[in-house]
Ligand binder design. Structure first.
Ligand code: ZN
Ligand code: ZN
Length: 218
């Protein structure tokens, strides 16, 4: 079997040197198995992969993309709140009200973990809204979106796809329905939305039960 990080056999020693305290120098060909997905790697390869990344506090299995540990993003500070609109309903969900989520972020200065530390970032279009049906599925997703917010995953600082401006606050791959109707194509009806956003949240490691701590077997 091969280690899919270095593409070398697991019987051979990892090509990444064991040069810091965390690696076990006495056993450079240590192999570990991730406990959820059972994929196997050289310990030193996995460590080198983590150290060369953003060090977000999590490791994504390079074979199956499962996230171990909790991933934190770099969303600037702000607020998330929500309210229930009982006398509205969304197309496709006629029998329940609407959860209206409000995000507010103000302009600020980028911190050390942002793309351009010390430079200003611009938060345009805030407050921004997200709409969910007020049913069990919608409430479940609301809980996940709150988790994503506390982990700073909802927005990031980057270049706006629509305006091309850099150093602006942009959505971070977790799609929101930003309108109740579908005037600009970002609202309801969309029978696939709840499934799709659940997948996007899972991709960031945001799941109902946090049983994805990194444990491994030698
Ligand atoms: Zn390897
Ligand atoms: Zn895996």
């Amino acid at each position: 079997k091969d280690c899919c990080i270095c593409c070398d056999s697991l019987k051979n020693v990892s090509s990444f040197p064991a040069d810091d305290d965390e690696s076990c120098e006495d056993n450079p060909n240590r192999v570990i198995k991730l406990h959820k997905c059972s994929h196997v790697f050289h310990y030193n390869c996995l460590l080198a992969m983590y150290n060369s990344g953003k060090k977000e506090g999590s490791i994504q299995c390079p074979s199956c993309k499962y996230i171990y540990g909790i991933k934190y993003g770099d969303c600037p500070s702000g607020s998330m709140s929500y309210e229930i609109l009982n006398n509205c309903s969304l197309s496709g969900y006629p029998d329940c009200g609407v959860i209206k989520i409000t995000y507010d972020i103000k302009n600020g200065i980028q911190e050390s973990f942002h793309p351009n530390p010390g430079k200003q970032y611009t938060a345009t279009g805030f407050p921004r809204y997200g709409y969910l049906p007020h049913n069990l599925d919608g409430l479940k997703i609301l809980q996940l979106l709150k988790k994503a917010w506390f982990r700073r995953l909802t927005f990031t600082i980057g270049t706006s796809v629509t305006t091309g401006r850099a150093n602006v606050v942009v959505w971070n791959e977790i799609h929101h329905k930003t309108e109740m109707d579908n005037k600009s194509g970002h609202g309801y009806p969309d029978p696939e939305y709840l499934n799709n956003v659940t997948k996007e949240l899972t991709f960031h490691g945001v799941v109902e039960k946090d049983d994805n701590e990194l444990e491994y077997n030698d």
